[in-house]
Write a protein that binds this ligand. Structure first.
Ligand code: ZN
Ligand code: ZN
Length: 368
């Protein structure tokens, strides 16, 4: 694994040089993990544009760091920012890039106050951009997290019965993921039943399932640091015409979004491919979130699709595609897959092959 992290660091070094910095202070926990292999809530990496990096963490993580990052010089200090800022000054760095999206203003002031402190410049999302395109080992871990999610979903489908509360069901689902081998959950599962389904990120409650409910379940397992994200909406009892209608609409829009997620696609076009279908059906006002997001060491990461975001998709970029229709006071439907954008096969007749869907649970409307 050490070689993978060393390769990632050398790619990051090109980006550090590109912003004109002598070094960067990497503080985002996911970025520190990505570049060093260390999992820690208190760690930072001083990475020069040329030469070897230095990792700082406190004594709670020192043993793990020595084991997991044998090829990086280690500093054991409680105040990791200060320790590395002092080191940057001692080394004579003139310009130090920092992660403005992560470093709080309070921590920034500590850096700026260091004796002989280098000039501080924002690094931007350089490491997040590197993280966007995954290697096959990362894709394997996301696929495993997705497989565990689907297995758990199937295992507790029978627990969706009248009288069961959203909260009770969420606990059963999350317990099943861990029993099947997940390290934990990717995020608190959303279980939104009946009228609660009109709230895209409903916080589960004690509401009990009733016949006639649509129930939206948004869940994911975590496996070796990587996340899964899947949403399915099921019907408890025979659905009404309006419920079937919005389900079919969302399913068609979701399939269009998946089909549009090819290498080179502009994220705005992928978003529009699904959104246009929902708008044309008169439900434009009922779909007010983005179509999807990248996924990896974080549940939500680059590339974001929607909200006017720009950018393109590439081979080996895992994303979610998750349109929804939310009818205030009545209920809603969301269907979400995690998938991997894949480059085309050789030959002019097949420009691209379909994305690789990792969440394979059926998207037919399940009537329970
Ligand atoms: Zn989700
Ligand atoms: Zn999602």
């Amino acid at each position: 694994m050490a070689e993978i992290h060393a390769t990632r660091r050398s790619l990051a070094q090109q980006k550090i040089a590109a912003v004109g910095a002598d070094a960067a202070l990497i503080t985002s926990p996911a970025n520190v993990r990505y570049l060093s292999g260390l999992v820690s809530s208190n760690a930072a990496l001083l990475l020069p544009a040329e030469g070897d990096g230095v990792l700082a963490t406190d004594s709670r993580y020192a043993e793990a760091a020595a084991r997991d990052c044998p090829d990086i010089e280690l500093v054991t200090e409680r105040q990791v920012d200060e320790a590395l800022a002092r080191l940057a000054a001692v080394r004579g760095y003139r310009v130090l890039a920092f992660e403005a999206q992560d470093l709080t203003f309070e921590r920034y002031k500590v850096l700026a106050r260091t004796d002989g402190a280098p000039e501080l410049v924002p690094l931007g999302h350089a490491v997040e951009e590197l993280r966007m395109i995954k290697d096959e080992s990362e894709i394997g871990l996301i696929a495993k997290a997705c497989a565990l999610t689907c297995e758990a979903f199937d295992a507790v489908l029978g627990a969706i019965i009248p009288g069961r509360s959203e909260r009770e069901y969420a606990v059963l689902l999350e317990r099943a993921m861990v029993d099947l081998g997940a390290d934990g959950i990717a995020f608190d599962s959303i279980v939104a039943s009946g009228p609660n389904g009109a709230i895209p990120h409903h916080a589960r409650t004690g509401r009990r399932f009733q016949a006639g409910d649509l129930i939206t379940i948004d869940c994911g397992a975590r496996y070796q640091g990587y996340h899964a994200d899947m949403t399915r909406t099921v019907a408890l009892g025979e659905p009404d015409a309006w419920q079937r209608e919005i389900y079919e609409l969302v399913a068609v829009a979701q399939a269009a979004g998946v089909a549009a997620a090819v290498p080179g696609a502009d994220v705005r076009d992928v978003d529009a491919s699904a959104r246009d279908i929902i708008e044309a059906a008169g439900h434009g006002g009922h779909f007010q979130h983005g179509l999807g997001h990248g996924i990896g060491l974080e549940v939500h990461e680059a590339p974001m699709m929607g909200y006017g975001r720009t950018g393109r998709l590439f081979d080996r970029v895992p994303v979610t595609v998750e349109p929804g229709v939310y009818v205030p006071g009545r209920g809603g439907v969301r269907i979400e897959d995690t998938l991997v954008v894949r480059a085309g096969r050789a030959g002019p007749e097949v420009a691209t092959e379909p994305a690789q869907i990792l969440t394979t649970t059926t998207k037919e409307l399940l009537v329970l």
